[in-house]
Design a binder for this molecule. Structure first.
Ligand SMILES: NC(=O)c1ccc[n+]([C@@H]2O[C@H](COP(=O)([O-])OP(=O)(O)OC[C@H]3O[C@@H](n4cnc5c(N)ncnc54)[C@H](O)[C@@H]3O)[C@@H](O)[C@H]2O)c1
Length: 343
């Protein structure tokens, strides 16, 4: 596995699978898409459009039995990731799960455990961590440029019309998807943890204000971190008339930063009391996103390949992927009980 191409299988050829297929084309020296699976055959059409010719399956057990895979990518509805990942692990295949790795901690833990038992690796996609803008913010935090960080504000002010939820039966369902926090804002919850550390408590108010779905289309959550930082998240899928903002603002003793744009693609404010050489590069960190999924899948895969080839750590393993799931499920617990949840 150290020099040959990794043989990849992918299950769930829906919206996000395209990002994975594009990466596989770009990284074709390292990755070979040998098989895909979906229960809906028409989903295979997009493979022709991008000129990939894997073997197509409608049953994942058949794919796993017939193909010798090194990696199985899970792009199915979130609540199915544990079942599909466990099946792959039982065939001694490494697992790359789209976010979130499940919709309950019990199921996520079963997946983590099965991967450990079978001696295979588990990766969870958190590509927004690798946005250039986010990496600059991470570096500014790690080099202590803010002095003491007092407060952080994260906004995910996007739009998902009823037609989006109606198009796929799993959307907005507690068991398969979750609401705005677990689906659309889950990368932003992950960044709260990635940038500001372990969470001490959350208190949330979630509502389903307009869409006909089981879970929330709108929510606010207050955070206290173990290091004393306080923070808040505002999440709306009802923003008129289209996606407006995906941002993180940091208020520190010696600095103020806002990484914003529609999906963390622009550094809107970068102001520190002391100059650092990175300040010269900030204007070039901005980019225009093709969509709100961003451009992070490519660098994420590069890290995965390095790790599989024995270079570098697993950037987001099962334990790391579980963190944001735990925070989100505690946000749900708080919203449902009306009480703060202590970790
Ligand atoms: N990293 C990101 O930024 C990002 C962005 C979008 C979606 N996602 C995640 O990717 C996952 C998929 O989201 P999507 O928007 O592509 O959904 P989607 O509904 O467009 O695609 C899911 C696909 O899975 C297939 N499927 C369902 N059950 C199956 C089964 N048992 N066997 C085989 N195929 C099956 C469906 O037919 C469908 O084609 C979700 O977990 C979502 O949270 C991540």
């Amino acid at each position: 596995m150290h020099s040959r191409k990794l043989r990849v299988g992918l299950i769930g050829c829906g919206r996000i699978s395209k990002n994975h297929f594009e990466v596989m084309k770009k990284l074709n020296h390292d990755l070979e898409l040998v098989a895909v699976c979906d229960i809906e055959k028409e989903k295979f059409k997009k493979l022709e459009e991008i000129n990939l010719q894997p073997k197509c399956y409608t049953n994942y057990e058949a794919m796993l039995s017939e193909r010798q895979l090194d990696l199985m990518v899970l792009c199915t509805p979130s609540g199915l990731h544990p079942e599909h990942g466990i099946a792959a692990a039982k065939h001694k295949v490494n697992v790359l799960s789209e976010k979130p790795m499940g919709t309950t901690l019990e199921a996520a833990d079963k997946l983590i455990k099965e991967c450990q038992t079978q001696g295979v690796k588990l990766f969870v996609v958190k590509q927004n961590r690798l946005n250039r803008t986010v990496q600059y913010l991470k570096k500014a935090i790690e080099t202590g440029r803010f002095g003491k960080i007092y407060q952080v504000i994260t906004n995910v002010l996007w739009t998902r019309p009823q037609s989006y939820y109606d198009a796929d039966a799993w959307r907005g369902r507690r068991d398969l998807d979750g609401g705005a926090f677990l689906n659309q804002a889950s990368h932003y919850v992950d960044l709260m943890y990635y940038l500001f550390g372990e969470v001490k408590s959350v208190y949330a108010v979630n509502r389903t204000l307009a869409r006909k779905i089981e879970m929330e289309d709108s929510g606010v959550a207050a955070f206290e971190f173990k290091n004393g930082i306080i923070g808040s998240m505002n999440v709306s899928m009802l923003t008129y008339p289209k996606n407006y903002e995906g941002s993180v603002t940091v208020i520190g003793e010696k600095g103020l930063v806002k990484v914003g744009g529609v999906a963390l693609n622009k550094i809107e404010k970068w102001d520190f009391s002391q100059y650092h050489d990175m300040d010269k590069e900030i204007a070039e960190a901005n980019y225009e996103p093709v969509n709100v999924y961003g451009v992070g899948h490519l660098p994420y895969y590069q890290k995965l390949i390095d790790h599989m080839r024995g270079k570098g750590a697993n950037f987001v393993d099962g334990a790391e992927g579980r963190k944001s799931l735990e925070v989100i499920l505690n946000i749900y617990k708080s919203a449902e009980t009306g009480k703060p949840v202590l970790f």
